[in-house]
Every structure is written in C-alpha cells, then in structure tokens.
Design a protein around this ligand. Sequence first.
Ligand code: 4BW
Length: 149
Amino acid sequence: MYSVKKEIFIDSKIEELMIPADKVAHVQVGNPLEHALLVLVKSGYTAVPVLDPFFKLHGLISKTLILDSILGNETIEIDKISTLKVEEAMNKDIPRLKKNDEFIKALGLTINHPFVCVEDESGFFEGILTRRSILKLFTRNLNQQEKMS
Ligand code: 4BW
C-alpha cells in the first residue's frame, strides 16, 4: 500500500510546477470576442488568461463566457462577436497564486479550477498552474515508491 508522503506538500514549489507565461496562450482585454474565440478554438483550450499589453492579469475568458455574452432572448446575436471586447465578457473574479505561496493552497484551488493563474506582487502575469501538473507530480511520487518497494 502506497501513501502520499508529507514532503510532497512541503517540497513542491509552484514556480517549478507552473507553465511559464511565454508558453501560455492568452488574449488581451481589448481584443474583440471573435479573436478570443479563434484563439480558444485553435489552441484547443476551454479557457485562457486575459492580460493587458503590459502583461498585467485581468481575468479569464472561456468559450462558454463568449457564447453567453452573444446570447439574445431566443437567438444568438452573432454580430456582437466582432463588436464586444474581451473585457466585457471575461470573468474578473478568479483565484490567483504567487510563486511563493504554499503548495497546499494551489492544491485546494485546483479542486474547482482546471488552472490557476500565477502573478507577481504587482499583479503581472507569470504563468499558470494546471491540474495536470499536480496530478503528474502525485503520480510520479507514487511510481517512485512502487519502484523502491
Ligand atoms: O492542446 C493541448 N495539449 C495538451 N498537451 N493537453 C491538452 C490540450 N488541450 C487540452 N488538454 C488536456 C489537458 O490535460 O485537457 C485538459 C483540459 O483542458 P482545458 O483546460 O479544459 O482546455 C488539460 O488539463 P490541464 O493541462 O490540467 O489544463 C487545465 C486548463 O488550463 C486547460 C486550459 O484552460 C488551461 N491551459 C493549460 N495549458 C495551457 C492553458 N491555457 C493556455 N495555454 C496553455 N499552454
């Protein structure tokens, strides 16, 4: 029987687990929703971070939020997709992490969020921590125990 060692909670560093900003697909606050939808469809992701031109983190945008914002009473108002801006549809109320936050905080946040944005002290975007990288960490740890037994 294998168990998760407590060291994993102490030694795991958000900085080492996160995907750095330059590898994260993102859109900008002023982009039309049409552009955001293209980025989401082409990248294959459900949601991506929203930044400003200085790389400050503002929120996230998802395919669902885009569809919701162009939904009329009984029709989809497709013209809105080129006039509405990302900042009008994005979710601003998102969880945020700092690189030096404790791993246990990140673990808790990824229960309800597939990824959590990491920002510096001034709110500049540094990357994302995904549920995948946390699951990989636990799987690697359990596999190591299996090899050693
Ligand atoms: O294009 C993909 N490549 C790979 N390798 N895996 C993918 C890709 N698209 C989806 N996946 C897998 C991942 O396991 O499906 C999961 C759910 O994707 P999502 O949420 O619903 O688009 C992925 O899980 P994850 O790696 O833990 O990522 C969680 C969420 O983080 C994704 C997406 O919203 C965001 N994300 C991940 N990598 C990203 C990213 N957003 C922008 N840029 C990235 N590089």
